[in-house]
Design a protein around this ligand. Structure first.
Ligand SMILES: Nc1ncnc2c1ncn2[C@@H]1O[C@H](COP(=O)(O)OS(=O)(=O)O)[C@@H](OP(=O)(O)O)[C@H]1O
Ligand SMILES: Nc1ncnc2c1ncn2[C@@H]1O[C@H](COP(=O)(O)OP(=O)(O)O)[C@@H](O)[C@H]1O
Length: 208
C-alpha cells in the first residue's frame, strides 16, 4: 500500500485563527497522548480513564481507539504489517489534526512497530507527542483475554496475533511507562493519575 503523496499542484492555505488562539480559548495545550501495548494490556481502559479525568477538570480531549476506528475510518485494513503501518499512519494524521485543534488527543492502539510510532512522533510539532507504554507482561494480558482472542491465536485460529506470532517492539524512549508494582497492576485511576500528573507538570493543562 503506497503512502506516498500522489497529488500535485496543491498549496497550503492558512486561516486567520490559529492553534495559539484555539489553545487560549480552551486554556490548554494541544498534544497527542499515544498509548501503545499488547492487546489486553489496558490501553482502552487507560484512555477512557484519562479522558474522564480531563473532562472533570474542564479540559477537552478525544479518544482515538484502534478497535473503534477499525469500524469506520480503517475498516478496509487488516493486520498484515503493511496494513498496521497504514492504520497507524492514518491515526497519527488524525491525532495531529486534533492536537492542532487544541485538544488533548488520546490515541490507543497496539501500534506494535517502533518505526510506525516514531513516524507519528515526527508528524507532531513542538515535541507534543507523549508516548505511554503499557508495559504489562504477555502472561497478564493472556490471562485477562477479555475477547478470547489469545485463546484463538494459541489455537492457530487467528494468524499474526501480536505477542503470539507477530512481534511487539517495546518503546526505547517513551515519556511514560505503566507497569506492575510488586506483581500488581495499578488501578485505572492510578494509571490515569500518572498521565495527568505528566500533562500538568509539562504545562499542557493551561494556555501559555
Ligand atoms: N492479529 C491481531 N493482532 C492484534 N490484534 C488483533 C488481531 N486481530 C484482531 N485484533 C483486535 O484488533 C485490536 C487492535 O487494533 P489496533 O488498530 O490497535 O492494532 S494495530 O495498532 O494496527 O496493530 C485488538 O484490540 P485491543 O485488544 O484493544 O488491543 C484486538 O481486539
Ligand atoms: N489497571 C487494571 N487493573 C486490572 N484490570 C485491568 C486494568 N486495566 C484494564 N484491565 C482489564 O483488562 C482487560 C483489557 O483491558 P483493555 O483496556 O480492553 O485493554 P486493551 O485496550 O489494551 O486491549 C479488561 O478486561 C479490563 O477491564
Amino acid at each position: 500500500m503506497s503512502t506516498l503523496g500522489n497529488s500535485t499542484n496543491i498549496f497550503w492555505h492558512d486561516c486567520a485563527v490559529g492553534k495559539v488562539e484555539r489553545q487560549k480559548l480552551l486554556n490548554q495545550q494541544g498534544c497527542v497522548v499515544w498509548i501503545t501495548g499488547l492487546s489486553g494490556s489496558g490501553k482502552s481502559t487507560l484512555a477512557c480513564s484519562v479522558g474522564r479525568e480531563l473532562h472533570s477538570r474542564g479540559k477537552l480531549s478525544y479518544v482515538l481507539d484502534g478497535d473503534n476506528l477499525r469500524h469506520g475510518l480503517n475498516k478496509n485494513l487488516g493486520f498484515k504489517p503493511e496494513e498496521r503501518t497504514e492504520n497507524i499512519r492514518r491515526v497519527g494524521e488524525v491525532a495531529k489534526l486534533f492536537a492542532d485543534a487544541g485538544l488533548i488527543c488520546i490515541a490507543s492502539l497496539i501500534s506494535p512497530y517502533r518505526k510506525d510510532r516514531d513516524a507519528c512522533r515526527s508528524m507532531v510539532p513542538d515535541a507534543s507527542f507523549i508516548e505511554v507504554f503499557m508495559n504489562m507482561p504477555l502472561e497478564v494480558c493472556e490471562l485477562r483475554d477479555p475477547k478470547g482472542l489469545y485463546k484463538l491465536a494459541r489455537a492457530g485460529k487467528i494468524k499474526g496475533f501480536t505477542g503470539i506470532d507477530d512481534p511487539y517492539e517495546p518503546p526505547l524512549n517513551c515519556e511514560i511507562e505503566i507497569r506492575q508494582k510488586d506483581g500488581i497492576c495499578p488501578a485505572p485511576c492510578e494509571m490515569a493519575g500518572q498521565v495527568i500528573s505528566y500533562l500538568d507538570e509539562k504545562g499542557y493543562l493551561h494556555a501559555h
